[in-house]
Design a protein. Sequence first.
Lengths: 264, 771
Amino acid sequence: MKKIIFAFSILAISTVSCRKIIDIEQEEGDKRTVIEATLLEGTHSFDVKVSKTSNFFGDNTPVPITNATVVLSDGAGDYTLTSFGDGNYQLVGFNAVSGTEYTLTVNENGNSFVAKGIMPAVVPIDTISYEFVEASTFNDSGYITQIEFNDPAATDNYYRIEVDIQGTYYGDIFNLILLDDGFLNGNRIEFPLFAIDVADAFDNVTMKLTSCDRATFTYLEGVDALINIGNGAPPANPTGNFNNGALGNFSLYASDTQSVVILP
Amino acid sequence: MKKLLILLGFCLSFMANAQQFTISGTLKDASNGEDLIGATVKVKELPTVGAVSNVYGFFSLTLEKGNYTLIFTSLGYEPVEKKIQLSANQRFDIELAEQSTKLKEFEVTGEIEDANVSSTEMSIEKLDPKSIEAIPVLLGEKDIVKTFTLMPGIKSGGEGNGGFFVRGGGVDQNLILLDEAVVYNASHLLGFFSVFNSDAIKDVSLYKGGMPAEYGGRGSSVMDITMKDGNSKKFGASGGLGVISSRLTLEGPIVKDKGSFVVSGRRSYADLFLKLSPDEDLRDSKLYFYDLNLKANYKINDKNRVYLSGYFGRDVLGVGETFGFNWGNATGTLRWNHLFSDKLFSNTSLILSNYDYEFKIGSDEESFGFKASILDYNIKQDFSYFLNEKNTIKFGLNMIYHTFDPGELFSSISGFNPINLNDRLATENAVYLQNEQKVSELFSIQYGLRYSFFNYLGNNDSIFDYNEAGNTTNSRYYNRHETAKFYGGFEPRLAAKYMLSEVSSLKASYNRNYQYIHLLSNATASSPTDSWVPSSNNVKPQIIDQIALGYFRNFKKNTYEFSVEGYYKNLQNQIDYKNGADLFLNGEVERELTFGSGIAYGAEFYLKKRKGAFTGWLSYTYSRSLRKFDAINNGEYYPARQDLIHDISAVGIYKFNEKWTASASWVYTTGLAVTYPSGGYQIEGVNVPYYSGRNQSRFPDYHRMDVGVTWYNKKTDKFESNWNFSIYNVYGRENTFSINFIDDESNPGQTVAEQTALFKIIPSVTYNFKF
C-alpha cells in the first residue's frame, strides 16, 4: 500500500504542486484520559502511564495524572501499582502467565476505567534467514531478512514484529510491522521484511515476535492508521480496550526474541 | 409483476378509440444522419399538442382525423413544416438542417425553447459536447463531467478528487450510464479527467431528482450518456491535439442512410516527457490513460434497427520495472429497436460492464500483486407506448447478474501463500411502469412505480453474520447461486408541473431510490482501489427519498432562464467505516462497517442567458448534507465530507465574431468537511493527534477562475478547425489538495499545518479539426 502512495506522490510531484504552512482555526476539543499499559508474559516490571490529552498546536507536552489508583487483578488477587508521582505507575517483578485473564482498573478523580485481556501464548521464532539482493528502486544492495515460524493452527494469532539491525531499530509505532494468520492459519510463515532496510554482511540482527490478542491488534492497526493517514479509513482515535472513553490500551504481549549474524 | 400486468391491460384497453391515426417516425440531423434526441413535433392547429423524440430519435403522435400542419424542430436546427391530411397512419423520417451560424432570431415558439419551464421533468441538467466547446478547462481537455460541476447542485470534490457529488449524495450514489452500460469508475488520472471523451458523445442528461421509473440502482442521481451513432452520410474524421492528450474520431456510413459506425480514441502522453529524464527508473516509468469508443448501427427496415456499442479505457501507472498499477472500465451494449406498431416502441439491450484494477510490485522473479474486479451481465427490456397525445406510457424490466471479485493476491515469492478471496455473487432486478400524462393545458404529471429486488447469492462457501462490534455471531454454508439474503422494495416516482403563465411554471417531484451495491470509498479521497460491495446479510440496501419543489421562469422571449429549486432528502442505511478500519485485502470487510442515516437539503438558484453574443449562467447553491452513525461522533449528526455549504458558479462566453470567442468561468465552494486533530497525546513516547469528532473542521474555501479564447479558422465545406487557448486558475489560487501536520522547523516539538496544492496557473493550447 505504501508503494502505491509512493507512486501517487510521484504523480503529484510531476504536476506543479506547491506547499505552504497555513493557519487553521481550531476549537480546542474536550480533554480525555489516556492510559498506556503493557503487560509482558513472564516476570517483568508492569508499567502504566496515565495522562490527559494536551493541545495539538502550540505547547503539546503531555499532562500527567499523578493521583490515580491503578490496580491489576488476575482473578486470584488484586495488585496496586506504585505511583512515581509523575503519571507513571509500576508493579515490580510481576509474573504474567499465558492463558490467564487480567483486569486493569484505573480510578482517576472519580472516574473509573477498566480493561481486560487474556495473556496469549508465546509463538517461538524458528529461524531468521536472509538473502542477498541487488540494488533496486526500493532497496539498496544487501541482505533482505526473513522471519520464519510455525503458526499454531488451533488459535487465531496476531503478531507484531520488531527488528534490530546492528543497533538500528525497526517496527516502532511509525512503522508497525503487523501480521495476522487470517490467510495463513496453521502454516509455516516465512515473512520477508521488505518494509525495512537491508542488512550488511556481519551485521547483528535481532528479531522479536510478539503475540497479542485481537483487541490489541485492532488497537495497533488503529495506531498505524492514525500515524500513516492516507491508507484508507478516515482519521480517528485508535480503539483501545478501556471502557468509559479512555484513550490508549491495555496491551498483553507474549514475545520471543532471536538473534543471528549475517554471514556472506 | 401480476399487478403490473393488470395495470398494463387496463392501459391498453384505451387503444380501442376510433377515428384516430398515428404519425410516427424518426428525426435526424441532415448533415450526418445522427438521431436527434429530444426534438419536437408540434401541431400548428393544436398549440398544446406535441411529441418529443426519444433517445433513438423516434417519435409517435396520435391525433383525430383531420388536416394539420406539423412543425418538426430541434434546438439549433431549422424547423421543417409539413401540411398533412390525416386519414391513415403515417410515417415521417425527417432530417433537420443545422441553423446557419449567423445568429438570427427564430420565430417558431416551440416547446423546445422553453423546455425548462414547460416540460414535466425537473432537477435535470442537459449538455451536449458542442455547447461546452468554449468553456475553459484544465489542460484544454473539454470534459462533460467537469462542466456539469458548474451547474447548481452538482459539485466537484476539488482537484485530485475523482467523481462528483449531487445534492449531498456520495460519489457512489451516482448512476453513470454510457449507452445504458454502468460505468463504475468515471475518472482518469485520479480524477483530473473523466473517462468520457467528448468527441464520442452525443448527449448527456443528469437527473438530480425526480428520476423517471426506468432508472434505478443508485440513490442520488442518474447521468445518462448517449454515444454518437456515427455519420451515415459520408466518411469523416475529426480530432484534436492537446497538451496532455490527442484525440481522433473516424466515422462513416456502413450502408448510406441505413447504418453507420464511429470509432473514437484518445490517449494521453504525459509519460513521453519522462523518456527525456536522465534517471533510468523514471525513463522506464509509465503514466498514461486511453479511451476507445466504438459504435455501429444498422437499420434493417422501418421496424427494426440494431446497435452495437463499446467502451474500453484504462489508466496505466508504472515506476521502472518494479511497480505497475493499472485500472479501467470496459462496457458493451447490444441493442435492438423494434416497432411493434406505430405506437409501441421496444428496445432490448444486452449489456456488459466491467471494472478492474491490478497492481504489481517487484521484479519478475520476486513479485507480488493484487487484482480485483466487478463484472455485470445485464438484460434490459423497455417499452414506450404512445397511447394518445395526452399519455405516454413506459414499462420494462431489467435483470443484472453481478460478480464481485474482492481481490486476489498473487506472488512469486516462496512462503507467500497466494490469496484468492471468493467471488461474491448477486442478482439485481427491477420492473417498472410509468405514465406521462397531460391532464390539461396547464397541468401535467409523470407518475411511475418501480419494484426492485436483490438476491445476495452463496458461492459454495460460508457466509458470516457480524454484530456491531465486528464479531462473528453466526455462519451458514450456501451453495453456489443459493439465495443467502433477499431484499426488495417499491420505488414510487412522481413529477408534476403546473404552468403559472406562458413563461413560468411550478414543479414538484418525489422519488424513492433503492441502492443495492455500495462503494467502500476511502474517505480522504476517492481512489481506483475503492471497492464495490453488494448488499448482504450484514449490509442493507440504501434507501433514499427525495422531495423537490421548483419555480421556473423565462424572460425576454426565452433569452433568460431563471429557476429556483429546493429539495429535502432522507438517506437510510448509509455505510461508513468504523474508526481505524483495516481495509486492505480484508476478506471480511463487512466486519469493519458501521451503519447510519443521513439527511440532505438545499436550495439552488440558476440564471442563464441563452441567446445573443453573450451567453452564460450564474448559479448559487446553499446545501447541507449530514450523517448520523451510532459509532461516530457519539451518535450526533456530523457533516458529510461533501457538505459544501455555499457553492457559486459563473460562466460567461462572448462571441466577438465568426472567428473569435472568449470565455471565463469562476467557481467558489465552501471547503470540504475534514477531520482535524483537536488535541494530542503520546503512544510509546511519540506524539499523536487526538480527534474529538468526525468532519468537524474545514479545508480552506475553494475558488478559481479560468479563461479561454477560441479562434476558428475559416470554415469550408471540406475542412474546419480551431485553436483553443486557455488558462486554468488564472489568478493562481493555491487550492487545498491535502493538509498534513508536520513538525514546526522554527519551533521543534510543535506542530503546524502544511497545505499541499496541486495547481497554480496552468496554460494550455489545443488544436481541433474536422473534415
